[in-house]
Design a protein around this ligand. Structure first.
Ligand SMILES: [Zn+2]
Length: 272
């Protein structure tokens, strides 16, 4: 398994692009055949904005990821690579625990992105989408991508998360974020069973509600357990999945949302 994961680490970028293209394409097709919410508006405009933000994030990451990774490795070395990586447990256990630890770190950072006004200014760009489909998964302000990657790498280096666990999580999280934002109708029984181990589209859609009580719930990224543990779980939206409104509270961000407007939103938007 370790060799497979090392191959994955060396081809991480390619694997992610192929997954994005094939996974995103397949989910987009399923959305047309089995949509959870009917009549979501503005798809072409939204897709231009969402994919434009993704492109800007990729371009920015390409320039700063190298130095970021070096800083994280230096931090890990300074800490003597203690934590998980230094334990005597089998590699498979370290990698499995590492993946869960990264997901817990992501849950914590997502909670903070809603709790700290400065971080919310960046994260609100993701929530400003007034519909939710597979394209929403890549809708993040480029600065949020950098801040999140920096904090994740630093925290994981400090905790001694194995690099292979980080690589595996990156692929898992990409596949999962495409899935959990997709506007697809899963059979209710499948949704019930699946959300015991994974955040499902219905579970994550609650987090995109304009209602603050629902928006401040379901922060989990891949595994739903953290919301149960920290009592932030909300099973269903009060108004149901078809009638619920998605986006920012108080009509903030409404109107035709162009790419420049989305890029400018952190510097203009009010705090939640
Ligand atoms: Zn959020």
């Amino acid at each position: 398994m370790a060799r497979t994961l090392e191959t994955l680490l060396h081809h991480l970028d390619t694997v992610q692009y192929v997954l994005l293209l094939l996974g995103g394409g397949l989910l987009a097709l399923l959305e047309r055949g089995w949509p959870r919410r009917q009549g979501q508006r503005g798809a072409p405009t939204r897709w231009v904005v969402n994919l434009g933000l993704y492109g800007a994030g990729v371009a920015l990451m390409a320039t700063v990821f190298g130095p970021l990774q070096d800083a994280a490795i230096r931090l890990g070395s300074a800490a003597g690579w203690s934590g998980l990586v230094a334990t005597a447990w089998p590699d498979a256990v370290k990698i499995a625990l590492g993946v869960m630890l990264v997901d817990l770190v992501q849950f914590g950072l997502h909670w903070l992105a809603h709790a700290i006004p400065l971080l919310w200014r960046l994260h609100q760009v993701h929530h400003a989408d007034e519909a939710m489909d597979v394209s929403t998964s890549v809708r993040h302000h480029p600065l949020e991508v950098i801040v999140l990657a920096s904090l994740t790498l630093m925290l994981c280096a400090a905790l001694g998360v194995p690099l292979l666990a980080l690589a595996l999580y990156a692929v898992l999280q990409l596949a999962h974020t495409l899935f959990c934002h997709a506007n697809i109708a899963l059979p209710p029984a499948l949704d019930r069973w699946l959300r015991l181990v994974l955040v499902t589209p219905d579970m994550h859609r609650v987090h995109h509600s304009v209602r603050l009580d629902e928006g401040n719930a379901n922060f989990s990224m891949v595994f739903p357990w953290w919301d149960h543990l920290f009592r932030t779980y909300c099973a269903q939206p009060a108004q149901g999945h078809q009638a619920m409104r998605l986006g920012l509270a108080d009509g903030e961000g409404r109107g035709e949302p162009g790419l420049w407007r989305a890029l400018w939103l952190p510097f203009a938007g009010r705090e939640r």
